[in-house]
Design a protein around this ligand. Structure first.
Ligand code: NAD
Length: 481
């Protein structure tokens, strides 16, 4: 059975404990590889490699760093098919999605930051009259930690690593133990691209062991984390007394606000995607759908019809729209929310049951589920489910829609469907979210700031924001005569 091992100091190596975790294929429910179950000793080893690499890497010219990042991007592109297959097998997502989104975006992350670093500049402030000249020196932080989740494995892993190394830091990174395969494959790509040894160290293992050791390491200067809100809170508590820089991209419960004046057909088609793409396991999925009363019944009928046409099955079948959920515990968690919805008085309008796919009977498949709720404060409408489950509810006024949209502890993204420009402006200013999409969804320009408000996180990634996060700003003030 294939072993997923650590990549430290440019070499693949077994965990010091020689302990292993099982890695499941969610489509079949079977173990297909084993994962290094690393602990604090492996993190210490990775840190030493990163520390040794830092002086060289931080003094490597911008041009050279950029060249290596662009080479990594090209190599990912060249391995599109094997990487996409590895992602689909590890995560349960349709291969078509990994081919169209996950792997191209992983490549774009390196390409984007490989280019962005050549344009990254800092300010100068001349104090006229005082005879001083100030400039801001932006220096890499040193060794930084990157920790990512399972839903968009290589996509989110590289979204952190690329800006960190572009800015001259060296990295200890841990992918999710649920989907470690593509991060494992990234090591050989980095070696082939000529990334000096120790610049990127990839350690596998669980959150409480390897992840916690990264956060608790006294000399790892910053943590860029994407994952659940409860984990983010724990990380903040561990890191705060050491005054580490933190970027936390956390959970969401995003509203999808549909007004009667929208382009109905476009809205309907995209709402199916924003609800169930990647089995609803995208932090940006619109899991709470609020529809203006005058079109509510029509929307309900049309939405159910479209959703029931989605094909659930083998991720490797080109006709599959929805693959398997990522793991058995996650499937059970999502199912528990469907049961809770019924207890809370919600009405299951469609779906709600596990699916037995012929030939894949032990896989973790679930029907796309639409639940009509009567109180936006009920638990299924308040807590992040992170699966193929959406709630729907009507509203009558813009104020009511806004109140419901903001009536959760999260604030990651929101989608607004309307043809009214004035409403677009009013609502965009008042919606509590890091991103507001209007008449579109998941449209991403990598130059824009990305992140959440409220319990959805702290800080922004993307564009120069990410490069600012991964650098220390130092004011140099020069007195001249
Ligand atoms: P998770 O919090 O369980 O795990 C995320 C990562 O953190 C994993 O690598 C895990 O091993 C590690 N981890 C767990 N405990 C840790 C600890 N004590 N110390 C250090 N690391 C630890 O999240 P998940 O289940 O993998 O992912 C799903 C969550 O991620 C959802 O809440 C989703 O909304 C969120 N998410 C957010 C964004 C965003 O950009 N805001 C993007 C994708 C996913």
């Amino acid at each position: 059975m294939q072993k997923i091992i650590n990549y430290i100091d440019g070499n693949y190596c077994e965990p010091l404990s020689r302990k292993w975790l099982d890695n499941y294929n969610p489509a079949t429910g079977e173990v297909y590889s084993t994962i290094a179950n690393s602990n604090a000793k492996d993190i210490a080893k990775a840190y030493e490699a990163a520390k040794a690499a830092f002086p060289g890497w931080s003094n490597t010219s911008i041009e050279e760093r950029s060249k290596i990042l662009l080479k990594i991007a090209t190599l990912i592109e060249k391995r599109l098919l094997p990487l996409a297959e590895a992602e689909a097998r590890d995560n349960g997502k349709p291969l078509s999605l990994a081919l169209a989104v996950d792997i191209p975006r992983a490549s774009s992350n390196f390409r984007f930051f490989g280019n962005a670093i050549t344009q990254f500049a800092s300010e100068a402030h001349e104090s006229i009259g005082l005879g001083t000249m100030n400039f801001t020196l932006r220096q890499p932080l040193g060794v930084v930690g990157c920790i990512s989740p399972w839903n968009l494995p290589l996509y989110l892993f590289t979204w952190k690593i690329a800006p960190a190394i572009a800015a001259g830091n060296t990295v200890v990174a841990k992918p999710s133990e649920v989907t470690p395969m593509t991060a494992f494959l990234l090591g050989e790509i980095c070696t082939e691209a000529g990334l000096p040894k120790g610049v990127l160290n990839i350690v596998h293992g669980t959150g409480p062991s390897a992840g916690q050791a990264i956060v608790a390491h006294p000399n790892i200067k910053a943590i860029s984390f994407t994952g659940g809100t409860a984990t983010g809170e724990h990380i903040a508590r561990t890191a705060a007394p050491m005054f580490k820089k933190l970027s936390l991209e956390l959970g969401g419960k995003n509203p999808n606000l549909i007004f009667a004046d929208c382009d109905y057909d476009k809205m309907l088609a995209i709402t199916v995607k924003s609800s169930f793409a990647n089995q609803g396991q995208i932090c940006l999925c619109g899991s709470r759908i609020f529809v203006e009363q005058s079109i509510y019944e029509k929307f309900k009928k049309d939405f159910i019809t479209k959703v029931e046409q989605l094909k659930i099955g083998d991720p490797f079948d080109a006709k599959t729209d929805m693959g398997a959920l990522v793991s058995k515990p996650h499937l059970e968690k999502v199912q528990s929310y469907i049961a809770l919805a019924e207890k809370e008085g919600g009405k299951i309008l469609s779906g709600g049951k596990p699916v037995k796919v012929a030939g894949f009977e032990k896989g973790y498949y679930l029907e796309p589920t639409i639940i009509e709720v009567y109180d936006d404060q009920c638990r299924v409408n308040q807590e992040e489910i992170f699966g193929p489950v959406v709630t729907i509810m009507p509203f009558t006024t813009e104020e009511e829609a806004l109140q419901m949209a903001n009536g959760v502890k999260y604030g990651l993204s929101a989608t607004l469907w309307t043809a009214d420009l004035n409403r677009t402006m009013r609502m965009s200013k008042k919606i509590e979210a890091g991103i507001v999409w209007v008449n579109t969804w998941l449209n991403r320009d990598l130059r824009t700031p990305f992140g959440g408000m409220k319990d959805s996180g702290v800080g922004r990634e993307g564009g120069f924001e990410a490069l600012r996060f991964f650098t220390e700003a130092k004011n140099v003030c020069i007195k001249y005569e």
